[in-house]
Design a protein around this ligand. Sequence first.
Ligand code: MTE
Ligand code: MO
Length: 199
Amino acid sequence: MAALTPGFRSRRRAPGDRLPPGQFLTEGFPVLSAGPTPAVATDRWRFTLTTETGDQHVWTWPQLTALPQADVTTDLHCVTRWSKFDTRWRGVSLDMLLDGVDTEARYAWVESYGGYTTNMPLADLRNGRAWIAHTYDGRPLPAEHGGPARLLVPHLYLWKSAKWVSGIRLRINDQQGFWESLGYHAYGDPWREQRTWGD
Ligand SMILES: Nc1nc2c(c(=O)[nH]1)N[C@H]1C(S)=C(S)[C@@H](COP(=O)(O)O)O[C@H]1N2
Ligand SMILES: [Mo]
């Protein structure tokens, strides 16, 4: 009979296999913001999806929170090399918001209250991989972490997960966001260590 290795009962991958190259694990939740934290009241909060032809789809806070909600437990990977396992979020899947939006765009340009921007292929926002998240660990998302709502795209480095998200522009041609124009990678896959332009 095979001996059981103590502590190896988890069905998840061992910690080493969950940590992308060049990352270290943190228990805390660091705050990384390029500017001041904007105060966005939910009564004036809007999320606007704009297609390449200029069609706009707008959600208010009551409309967003009335949609079917998803509970997500995921690992986060920041390009400054910290990773955090098993973070718990609640929000609306981008699949839900993109459903019925007529577009031929291949790129998404994400905008935030306060002026932050980031870009990614539109495909990365589909198939249950991206959310507009408003709840963290069972509580309203704190403002310093992007509340009232942020984009959550955890399979890419965390700079793609725009805090205080205000909208997404669907674009035929890719356009660099804030960090991307300053040398961060256009795609940012943590498993391929796509940190900067040359990676
Ligand atoms: N609007 C906005 N979103 C942002 C940022 C920012 O400066 N402004 N920083 C990005 C970066 S570089 C990281 S690592 C994460 C940090 O998220 P956290 O502060 O919740 O840890 O937010 C990302 N989203
Ligand atoms: Mo970051």
